[in-house]
Design a protein. Sequence first.
Length: 240
Amino acid sequence: MDIGFDKISPTPQYPNGINAHQLSVYDWSSQAGVVLQFKTAIKKDLRDAQLGRCCYCRRLLFDDIATHIEHFVEKAQYPRFTFEIQNLALSCGTCNTQKNGSNKSLAALLKKRAERQGNVLMPRCPTLAQELAPNSPLPSSPQSYRWVHPHLDKYSDNIQINKGWVFVGKTLKGSRTIRGVNLNALAQIERRALFERLATRGGKLSMFVGVMAELERHRAKEVAAVVAKLLWRRRNSPPQ
Ligand SMILES: [Zn+2]
């Protein structure tokens, strides 16, 4: 399937008149002019570099509200990388929610384990191969990361997307990313969306045109099953 972009390359530059040093005194949620200006500019540049696709699932991004600026290395754990452009990428709302969910489960698991063993809780960032020493810079080698890095790793070397939005890990990194973002949950979401798209097509010719367009991303068997379900439904509940 067409993944759009393999990696973000080159990494976009700081927008004109803004530098990392200026931003370093602010939180991500700050309403300061320079922060808002940075976010707007970087969202546009990343969208261009990512050809309008999500950094994890490679589906097309929708409007700005449904598009998230993702911190690949958690900003809560490493606030010093909050405004590092190489740590930022755009994701869709679904992947953002899934990633946050899996981070929370990991944190809860570690907390429980630490309590059981009477240890001090050591936070763990799932995307990093190992935790970083205080004040060390953002790692720039792919080996420093456990997940497929949007700027450093080629997606197609690590993950294959089959028709019907089935994600297959080609490497350990690829498999970890698929699990961490729960990418295979998308198949069901996309099947439902396929059903809804085809349901809007009234006549048989219109449905045929719709089916042809869907065959690029969905397996023929899947599309046929959806069409059969729609036709059955129409026969049993004729329009009022
Ligand atoms: Zn996504």
